[in-house]
Each structure stands twice: as structure tokens, then as C-alpha cells.
Design a protein around this ligand. Sequence first.
Ligand SMILES: [Zn+2]
Length: 86
Amino acid sequence: MIPESEHSRWYKGQRYELLGWAPYIRLDGSDTWLATWMSVCPVCGRGFLTTTSASPSRFQPNRRCREHHQPGHPVRWRAKTEEEGR
Ligand SMILES: [Zn+2]
């Protein structure tokens, strides 16, 4: 069964549109789903795709496109909303 979900979500002030679900098999062999989201990169303003696990409590998508993805570096222009999180 495909998990139920909203069609769009907000994460730290950034909007994500749900594009769809894809089946995924974990390393341990169990089945799950990955959600594909579209959002806009705060650095270049272009749309990009990212995936998250099916668990809504673990919604932690990439915030920038592949080109500007910098793990560990907070998005500067969204700094105010950073602490409001989730
Ligand atoms: Zn970018």
C-alpha cells in the first residue's frame, strides 16, 4: 500500500510538492516507500527533486539542489526559520 500523505509539505519554511511514491527495498531486505518531492533551491531558485522515506516523522528532505547541496551548512536566507523546524 502506498502511504497516505499530503500533497505538499512545509519544512523549515520551504515548500515541497509531492510528485509520487516509489517502492524501495531497504538494506535489510524489507519493503518501504520513498516519496519524491519537488522544491525550489534557495541558492539558485531552480526546482529540484529529492526523496524522503515514508515515515512522516522523519521528514528531512534536502533543501538545495544537487549543485548547491552542502551537508552541514544551514541555508542562510532561511536562518530565521531554522529553529522553528519541523
Ligand atoms: Zn541550487
